[in-house]
Design a binder for this molecule. Structure first.
Ligand code: KIV
Length: 275
């Protein structure tokens, strides 16, 4: 097993809180296995999110809803095995924290035992009791509001939120209430996804905990991207995401060459043959 280089200090929850004051931006990215954890850790990310996006980018699902707690524990364990310098956040999958605060604690404990150092859950006002219960068990919690992919059916798809006024779910006023509720419940940070940049800026200015944006403009305290989007591994691309490499094309080119060399007998050559 490869382990990540150890030149940086371990990134911890107190260091995350301090970033709000120092205004040093937080860089978070998803990873789901040991190989890519070593790569993103070597690149210096602060936080690795074992996101439930594993369902869509790794398991081939249409939404994040099907991934199970057992599967999230498995991927968290693969990431934690490499002992990255980055802080590991484990995503609580759909159905594991909505039923009761007690179950939310039990399932958070499972992710912590798998190696997570913080858990993340989606939702605002209605999830405050769960956040409070988990933090009382001394487990740090990251909130997630705005476009919450686990609310896929309520939203009618992955739709940008905060474009209407009001206190209905997804309304501007409701998003402020959601942010305050998550903060007051004791969360250590807040992911803000898929809302106008101006609204994300206002929320960031008003809450005392760091905000981490995705599709929420540049004024959040940090940013998060899904690894497969950042590396250009997906067939689809999203307007809010940036591909910093084109690994899908590079990979297809490489394997096309391999197939051709096998078929023509060029591979393996003498230098890769035992004598
Ligand atoms: O699961 C995930 O990748 C996420 C990010 C989009 C924040 O929740």
């Amino acid at each position: 097993m490869t382990t990540a280089p150890s030149s940086r200090a371990k990134f911890t929850v107190p260091m995350l809180a301090a970033r709000k004051a120092t205004q040093e931006k937080i860089a978070m990215i998803t990873a789901y296995d040991a190989t890519f954890t070593c790569i993103v850790d070597a690149a210096g990310v602060d936080i690795i999110l074992v996101g439930d996006s594993v369902a869509t980018v790794f398991q081939g699902e249409r939404t994040t809803l099907p991934v199970t707690l057992w599967e999230m524990e498995y991927h968290t364990r693969l990431v934690a095995k490499t002992r990255p310098r980055a802080m590991i956040v484990g995503d609580l999958p759909f159905g594991t924290y909505q039923v009761s605060p007690e179950l939310a604690v039990t399932h958070s404990v499972a992710l912590i035992k798998a190696g997570a150092e913080c858990v993340k859950l989606e939702g605002g006002i209605h999830m405050a009791p769960a956040i409070q219960a988990i933090t009382r068990a001394d487990i740090p919690v990251m909130g997630h509001i705005g476009l919450t992919p686990q609310s896929y059916h309520r939203m009618g798809g992955n739709k940008v939120q905060g474009r209407t006024d009001g206190i209905d779910p997804g309304g501007r006023d409701r998003l402020f209430e959601d942010a305050y509720a998550v903060e007051q419940a004791g969360a250590c940070a807040l992911v803000i996804e898929g809302i106008p940049g101006s609204l994300a800026r206002e929320i960031t200015d008003k809450v005392s905990i760091p905000t981490i944006g995705i599709g929420a403009g540049v004024h959040c305290d940090g940013q998060v991207l899904v690894l497969h989007d950042a590396l250009g591994l997906n067939e689809r691309s999203f307007s809010f995401a940036k591909a910093y490499a084109q690994l899908r094309t590079t990979s297809i080119d490489a394997i096309t060459q391999y197939v051709a060399e096998v078929r023509t007998g060029v591979w393996p050559d003498d230098s890769h043959t035992f004598h």
